[in-house]
Design a protein around this ligand. Structure first.
Ligand SMILES: CC(C)(COP(=O)(O)OP(=O)(O)OC[C@H]1O[C@@H](n2cnc3c(N)ncnc32)[C@H](O)[C@@H]1OP(=O)(O)O)[C@@H](O)C(=O)NCCC(=O)NCCS
Length: 158
C-alpha cells in the first residue's frame, strides 16, 4: 500500500474513537505480550478520557495517520519542562503504532519526523523514547531516526 495514500496530521476530537482502536492494537501487540504488568484494557477503559485531555494540553502531541477516513496509526508525545536537576526541555515519544497493512512504507518515519518538528517548535533540546528490548522493528526505526540507546531497565519479580 503506497504511503501517499496515508495522511499524517494532528489529531482532532473526532479522531478519539480511532485513537482508542489504534492504541488498543498497540497494547495488544506490544505491551501486552511483552510486559505482564501492563493492563491491555487501558485504552478501552481510559483511552477516550486520556486522549480528550491530551488534545487540550499544549505540552502533549497527538498525531494520527489516516487512510480512507480511518485512523491506521498514531503517535503520542509529551514535553518535559526544565528542572534544577535536568535543566533543559525534552520531548518524549510516548507511543507509536501503524497498522500491519500500512507498515514498511514510511508512515512510522513520517510520524516520528512530525514529532521532531513539534518538539523543536516548542524549544525541546532532546527527544527520547522507551522501547521493549524485544521490539527490534521499533528499535531499528528509532535508531534510523537518530535515537541511540542510553539506559537499561532491569526488573525482577517479587
Ligand atoms: C514500529 C512501527 C510504528 C513502524 O511503522 P512503519 O510505518 O512500518 O515504519 P517505516 O515504514 O517508517 O519503517 C519500517 C521498517 O520496516 C520495514 N518493513 C517493510 N515491510 C514491513 C512490514 N510489512 N512490516 C513492518 N516493517 C516493514 C521498512 O522497510 C522499514 O525498514 P527496516 O526494516 O530496515 O526497519 C510499526 O512497526 C508498529 O506499529 N509496530 C507495532 C507497535 C510498536 O512496536 N510500536 C512502537 C512501540 S515503542
Amino acid at each position: 500500500m503506497g504511503d501517499q495514500e496515508v495522511t499524517v496530521r494532528r489529531a482532532r476530537v473526532e479522531d478519539i474513537p480511532g485513537l482508542v482502536v489504534s492504541s488498543s492494537r498497540l497494547f495488544a501487540e506490544d505491551g501486552g505480550p511483552r510486559d505482564p504488568g501492563v493492563n491491555v484494557d487501558w485504552p478501552r477503559e481510559h483511552g477516550a478520557a486520556a486522549f480528550a485531555s491530551a488534545l487540550e494540553n499544549p505540552a502533549r502531541l497527538l498525531l494520527v495517520a489516516v487512510h480512507g477516513g480511518e485512523v491506521v496509526g498514531h503517535l503520542s508525545g509529551s514535553l518535559t519542562e526544565p528542572s534544577a536537576m535536568r535543566p533543559l526541555r525534552s520531548a518524549t515519544l510516548m507511543a507509536m503504532y501503524v497498522c500491519p497493512q500500512h507498515r514498511g512504507s514510511g508512515v512510522g518515519a513520517r510520524l516520528a519526523d512530525a514529532f521532531f518538528v513539534w518538539a523543536r517548535e516548542w524549544g525541546a533540546e532532546q527527544a527520547e523514547v522507551t522501547a521493549y528490548s524485544a521490539n527490534s522493528d521499533a528499535i531499528r526505526l528509532y535508531e534510523r531516526e537518530g535515537f541511540r540507546p542510553l539506559s537499561l531497565t532491569l526488573r525482577r519479580a517479587l
